[in-house]
Ligand binder design. Structure first.
Ligand code: SF4
Length: 322
């Protein structure tokens, strides 16, 4: 039974409208710098840079791995599937030899894939819990639901000794800045914990943890790490999310002062207007010239409430967006 959302002051609402959506990126930037969050968050100024987006390498590889693990083709001969994966890479502009990458990945995967894929690239919307009222869900000031939205790379089942264990698989791309993750880094992966919690919250199935699929594209290198997460870790992350979400929708709004630190400013797409504002200048013209409203969310295959993919044998793989 669906629980009615309750606003931060404790008033109950029956309204099932979506009032506020929190993404992992919103959550991260809210903690790093409120000014950047204010510029970019969909529920705030909702801006992005006016440049043509080129699919990032990690998205190109993730889309190809979604073809590799597409449930409807899992029992097909790999000699049929691997050329489809290679074509996905090639068509998306993968800048390295696609055949070599796919062959290297297939050799690695057959030693560690002890599961059956059930869903790939699936968006999940989970109702954020109320930070103070046990069993209640948080409502936005307009009475609509507050949702946490993330995209799950892969959901799998392992059958061991007659028991089914469900896992999320996260594809983690390595590059010059990001090497193999340490055990503590994975144990403290807040986004992964929230992904487990959100999946459990929506599908009412227990998730054992995350299998990290670490991928370096050139030269191709791979590693698989299994991190089991406890219920206490998952519920702790959900509680921290609830507190942050309540702060985001607080009335009156929290201060939006910038928090400059080069570690995150280097990755901030709002550096130019931020510097202008810090100098006491008017950033209105700069924002109008170089930024635009983010396009609306598209309903993507696999999203709850959206189109479902065929899972049976013979089902064609989907085309994945950027
Ligand atoms: S440049 Fe730094 S201080 Fe300015 S908005 Fe971005 S993250 Fe915040």
């Amino acid at each position: 039974m669906q629980r009615a959302p309750v606003d931060a002051r404790g008033a109950s609402h029956d309204d099932e409208r979506v009032g506020f959506v929190v993404t992992p990126e919103d959550r991260d930037w809210f903690d790093r710098c409120r000014r950047s969050w204010d510029f970019g968050a969909r529920v705030r100024r909702n801006l992005e840079r006016s440049v043509t987006r080129v699919p990032a390498l990690d998205r190109i590889v993730r889309n190809a791995l979604a073809v590799y693990y597409f449930p409807g083709m899992w029992t097909w001969s790999r000699s049929i599937v691997e050329p489809l994966v290679e074509r996905s890479l090639h068509d998306a502009g993968f800048p390295y030899p696609a055949f070599d990458f796919v062959q290297a990945y297939a050799r690695f995967a057959e030693t560690v894939d002890h599961f059956t894929p059930l869903r790939v690239e699936t968006e999940v919307d989970a109702h954020v819990l109320h930070p103070e009222r046990s069993g209640a869900e948080l409502a936005a000031p307009d009475g609509g639901a507050v949702l946490y939205r993330d995209r799950i790379h892969l959901f799998v089942v392992e059958e061991t000794s007659g028991d089914d264990a469900y896992w999320l698989v996260v594809h983690r791309m390595l590059d010059d800045q990001h090497g193999w993750a340490s055990p503590d880094q994975l144990a403290l992966d807040e986004r992964a914990l929230l992904a487990c919690w959100a999946w459990e919250h929506v599908f009412l199935v227990s998730v054992a943890g995350v299998q990290y699929n670490e991928v370096r594209v050139s030269p191709p290198e791979f590693r698989r790490e299994r991190i089991a997460y406890t219920d206490a870790e998952k519920s702790g992350a959900a509680r921290r999310l609830a507190i942050r979400a309540a702060q985001m929708i607080a009335a009156p709004p929290l201060g939006l002062d910038p928090t400059p630190q080069w570690e995150h400013c280097a990755r901030c797409e709002f550096r130019a207007p931020c510097v202008a504002l810090n100098r006491g200048e008017d950033a209105t013209a700069l924002l109008a010239e170089r930024y635009r409203p983010r396009p609306p969310d598209e309903l993507e295959p696999g999203r709850l409430g959206g189109q479902s993919w065929g899972m049976g044998r013979g089902a064609a793989p989907p085309r994945f967006g950027d």
